[in-house]
Design a protein around this ligand. Structure first.
Ligand SMILES: NC(=O)c1ccc[n+]([C@@H]2O[C@H](COP(=O)([O-])OP(=O)(O)OC[C@H]3O[C@@H](n4cnc5c(N)ncnc54)[C@H](OP(=O)(O)O)[C@@H]3O)[C@@H](O)[C@H]2O)c1
Length: 271
């Protein structure tokens, strides 16, 4: 399963997140093994950020993809406090060093701060011309922010899962009509969704797990990809298998009853 960017390039519908990785030496080997297992299973989009572990997550990703860089669609993010024109270029170069690579496939503004968007976009364009990033995008942007954005943005990474359906009211329709996918972060709500009785019931019908149902639900839309974080090979394998799970209209109706869609506009939430 793939999602198509405005550039025409396709990226995997299911990738891997890395927030909270590299925070414990005792988990490091398992986290690297999890990311490598994901690459073997085709989850070749890896999402990271200079913020995660203050750069430590990027270093861990660099180790995980060593020797396999060309297989990966690598995403990182600049903090809004670094997002001036010169600051973005510096932040990107530091991310590249930690990741042990000469280019990012996608570079995102982590959330909107006080720097005028045009300055950050100017830096993104300079980085693109220099070959240091291939594409750029944003994160945590609501419709009004998207409308203000100049230039050729490729995606908007947002909080979207069964318990966070607010974007269905206006942001997802805006993206669908703009032909720009969204990247759903925290697709299992950091694990909090997984004890839902409705998810358990749908999972039982498919001989699947609640995590697989939560991911299949996010991936039901053609312009949405998902980046669950999994710190073990077992969880990565389970998540990868969600790609072959198709939810029926009965499943979707049951999930709608447990997690109702928005009845009006809601401000975009973020974690
Ligand atoms: N742009 C932004 O502002 C922003 C904000 C938040 C997140 N993100 C990105 O999105 C990624 C995903 O979001 P997230 O990490 O917040 O939350 P998430 O992916 O919804 O949940 C991660 C949690 O779920 C557990 N998990 C994963 N697969 C599982 C499975 N099959 N069964 C049971 N538990 C499972 C993980 O446990 P284990 O680690 O034990 O496997 C971890 O505790 C982040 O890592 C980050 O890259 C971006």
């Amino acid at each position: 399963m793939t999602v198509t960017l405005p550039s025409g390039e396709t990226i995997p519908a299911l990738g891997m997140g890395t927030w909270m990785m590299a925070e414990s030496a005792s988990r490091r080997a398992a986290e690297i093994a999890a990311l490598r297992a994901g690459l073997d299973l085709g989850l070749t989009l890896i999402d990271t950020a200079e913020m995660y572990g203050s750069g430590a997550a990027e270093s861990l990703v660099g180790e995980a993809v060593r020797g396999r860089r060309d297989e990966v669609f690598l995403v990182s993010k600049v903090l809004p406090s670094n997002a001036s024109t010169a600051g973005t270029v510096r932040a990107c170069e530091a991310s590249l060093r930690r990741l042990g690579t000469d280019r990012l496939d996608l570079y995102l503004l982590h959330w909107r701060g006080s720097v005028p968007l045009a300055r950050t976009v100017d830096a993104f364009e300079r980085l693109r011309e220099a070959g240091k990033i291939r594409h750029w995008g944003v994160s945590n942007f609501d419709v009004a922010d998207m409308r203000e954005l100049p230039g050729f943005c490729q995606t908007n990474q947002i909080l979207y899962n069964l318990s966070r359906r607010g974007p269905e009211h206006d942001l997802l329709p805006w993206h669908a009509s703009a032909g720009m996918p969204i990247m759903a972060y925290s697709p299992v709500e950091q694990g909090r969704l997984l004890d839902s009785p409705a998810l358990a019931e749908v999972a039982r019908r498919h001989d699947a797990t609640p995590a697989q149902v939560a991911l299949a639900w996010v991936l039901r839309l053609p312009h949405v990809n998902a980046i669950p974080k999994a710190g073990t090979v077992e969880h990565v394998e389970e998540n990868a298998a969600a790609l072959s799970l198709r939810l029926s209209s009965e499943d979707l109706a049951e999930l709608d009853r447990a997690f109702p869609p928005p009845s009006g506009p809601e401000p975009l939430a973020m974690l």
